[in-house]
Design a protein around this ligand. Sequence first.
Ligand code: NAP
Ligand code: ZN
Length: 349
Amino acid sequence: MTILAIGTSAGEQPLDRMEITRRAVGAHDVAIDIIYCGICHSDLHQARGEWAGTLYPCVPGHEIVGRVAEVGGHVTAHKVGDLVGVGCIVDSCQHCAECAEGLENYCDGMVGTYNGPTADAPGHTLGGYSQAVVVHERYVLKITHPEDQLAAVAPLLCAGITTYSPLRHWGAGPGKKVGVVGIGGLGHMGLKLAHAMGAHVVAFTTSEGKRADALALGADEVVVSRNQDEMAAHAKSFDFILNTVAAPHDLDAFLALLKRDGTMTLVGAPASPHPSPNVFGLIMKRRAIAGSMIGGIPETQEMLDFCAQHGITSDIEMIRPDEIEAAYARMLKGDVKYRFVMDIREMGA
Ligand code: NAP
Ligand code: ZN
């Protein structure tokens, strides 16, 4: 089927309307009419060719929610009319150790929702800034939030799982002091989730104007990271720090805040490297730096269910498809409260 999408044919060109095709529905496929798609900073990195290897045309978008329009003959988990989500993964090898454990995000054959290899035209996957998508049932998530929250559920499919997974893996919970660095799309979800898990949560921001919001989002304390006195007051005190910043910066300033055996996990994926951290800052307290990428499909469903139970959604600003470039410009300035979501129904016929 031919549908409308928002994408670009070169890194230096603005995103604009284009036509793309979706494959016919196979036996294990689910066809979804997309209603909303969240705008992740990764979309911008990819569309503008800031990471190596962007394939054009590029249609970003991996925070997809919509309604099932058609299912293949062997599909059992989803039916026409269901509200569903698709995150960053649309395929994987399905037989390696990672896939067997539900860690498809770490499968060497993982296929991303955009820019991944596929037999479908044009030879790489095209994402959710589009009217419809066809996805193998294994990678389709169930949404149990009330329907009127659907737009605010979309960002959970990337920003939600990318923060939930490391918070769980590194044991955020009662009695733990957890920092979240960068209060954007990922960071604001990190605050909500770490708070709901019962941790003592400290928000780190470069934006003085986000102080009050960070407290409302779930932080117990807020530190403006440019203020050295505020930073020093938290020296050697954190069990875990989740760093979501989308640009290179001094990691040592945050490593010094970890207590013995503390870990700082990087989820932000800047286009160029951070300055190398000082080794002594790590060895003196047996501190660790780690990374984490989104989360597997079972954990993504667990996160969606956890959020539905706790009444957690994203704080969003809705945009029309033709406002995407203005939204990117504001996202680059850290000026979004706290995730843009595109209303796909405005894409027109
Ligand atoms: P975002 O909404 O733009 O938020 C990033 C935040 O970082 C900003 O709001 C800002 O918060 C802070 N920041 C501080 N200095 C900055 C600077 N010079 N430039 C940009 N931001 C700065 O982005 P996002 O969607 O949350 O994504 C964050 C990063 O995570 C991106 O690199 C993205 O590609 C990556 N990502 C990784 C994964 C994964 O699986 N690991 C998944 C999704 C996204 P303050 O104003 O509070 O300082
Ligand atoms: Zn993302």
